[in-house]
Write a protein that binds this ligand. Structure first.
Ligand SMILES: C=C(O[C@@H]1C=C(C(=O)O)C=C[C@H]1O)C(=O)O
Length: 424
């Protein structure tokens, strides 16, 4: 016994030019009949979320398939598979084609040589397949574009769910991303992970589909674009902030990859920022949010029906007195801790102001990315030991350091212009 549901579509030439089109989607479970041997002219991702079965390749080799798993059916590659008749399996499949599949192969998202891919969890890909199935309803005027866009998402979800790539590669990438803007070389990064450069290259290629150099360049240029668009820092300062001592070299790299020079990129981004340009370095991991305030806010969000919470929802209403007591007790401690945090921060800023004045006097740059990288490393370790989220600790330190650097830049400016420095 089995149950099956499927839909097929025939996108026209304009949709084909999008680069990726969905040709069909299906959801089925039970002891499904054997598929093949057959060969297709397009791609199919078969995501098996429960059950077991087998897959036989063209050379006759048989592989056991245990959920959660992915079967790749790729053009021109013969395949033959079925669930075990006793257990059956539960699968979702998506048929697709298009010129973009070549790039996905190059990036390692589709591997025709590895038709059976163990997944660590099928729920992410399955959610996307269900969305495609919903978009496939008859009469949906956006069907082709909506399902095509979802195939891109499916490829990302499958890549993320692959059991073989999980923690190691991700950890290496996370560490590279964290230190991407320090002047560390690829060899330095490899050494930090106890790897040879070749091993690092292999790990990054498997995890991100590109070389470490390319991966670091992508992050550095992204950060540089943010600084160019959101601050007035001179290009040389932007170059330094993202790890290049030589601004001319930075400009050449930027121009080659982005297609326009940094100054030109900034000019093109030129737009009116409410409240003017900011000299604060925005933290990409912590985008600005609209704060709630005591005065009712009458901005566009309200005009579209968004209301911000402006009062405490644990006020004087009907709360059990014991709960109220416990809440008050905890909040007393929170208030004390907040006071200590403020006092400690004030002391820290007193020290950093002195560092700023020393730097200005001796013409040292306001920021020291290598020192920051060491501090972040240390703080993450401390956070881990203290059972605090290391990513949060890193964000918190970055937030403080950004403010310190802003002070240092101001002190340097004041010193060079002969003005008395701030904070005296
Ligand atoms: C305070 C300094 O200046 C900057 C601010 C830092 C901080 O707040 O800890 C660290 C490194 C510098 O980018 C310093 O160089 O020590």
């Amino acid at each position: 016994m089995y149950r099956t549901w499927m839909r097929f579509f025939s996108p026209g030439p304009a949709h084909q030019r999008l680069g990726l089109v969905c040709l069909g989607v299906g959801l089925q479970h039970g002891a499904l009949p054997t598929v093949g041997p057959r060969t297709l002219d397009h791609h199919v991702a078969v995501v098996i979320r429960s059950g077991a079965g087998w897959y036989r390749a063209a050379d006759g080799r048989r592989t056991t398939v245990t959920a959660p798993a992915l079967l790749w059916l790729t053009p021109g590659v013969p395949h033959h598979y079925a669930p075990d008749p006793d257990t059956g399996w539960d699968e979702g499949f998506v048929d697709f084609t298009g010129s973009a599949t070549a790039a996905y192969r190059e990036l390692g998202y589709i591997e025709p040589d590895r038709p059976v891919v163990p997944l660590s969890d099928a729920s992410g890909p399955r959610t996307v397949i269900t969305r495609i199935a919903r978009a496939a309803r008859r009469g949906n005027p956006l069907l082709e574009v909506e399902t095509g866009a979802a195939v891109h998402e499916l490829l990302v979800a499958l890549r993320r769910a692959r059991a073989d790539l999980a923690p190691d590669g991700d950890q290496v990438l996370a560490a590279l991303a964290r230190d991407a803007c320090t002047p560390m070389s690829v060899a330095d990064h490899a050494a930090r992970h106890g790897m040879t450069t070749a091993e690092l290259r292999g790990a990054v290629r498997r995890a991100a589909g590109c070389s470490p150099k390319d991966y670091l360049l992508g992050i550095r240029l992204g950060r540089a674009k943010e600084l160019l668009a959101a601050t007035e820092l001179p290009v040389a300062a932007v170059a330094r902030r993202v790890g290049y001592d030589d601004p001319a070299y930075f400009s050449r790299l930027f121009t080659r990859r982005v297609g326009v020079a940094p100054v030109r990129f900034r000019a093109r981004q030129g737009r009116t920022v409410p409240g003017g340009w900011s000299d604060r370095v925005p933290d990409p991991g912590d985008p600005p949010v609209i704060q709630s305030s005591d005065t009712p806010w009458t901005g566009p969000a309200q005009r579209i029906g968004l209301t911000l919470m402006t009062t405490s929802n644990t006020g004087t209403g009907a709360v059990d007195p014991d709960v109220r007591h416990e809440l008050d007790r905890l909040r007393d401690s929170i208030d004390n801790i907040d006071a200590a945090v403020v006092h400690m921060l004030a002391e820290r800023f007193k020290c950093t102001q002195q560092v700023g004045r020393l730097k200005a006097l001796h013409q040292l740059p306001p920021a020291d990315p290598a020192r920051e990288a060491r501090q972040i490393d240390r703080l993450r370790r401390l956070a881990e030991n203290a059972k605090l989220d290391p990513a949060f600790a890193e964000k918190f330190l970055n937030f403080i350091i950004a403010e310190v650097i802003r002070h240092h830049e101001r002190i340097a400016e004041d010193t060079h212009n002969g003005r008395p420095t701030h904070g005296d």
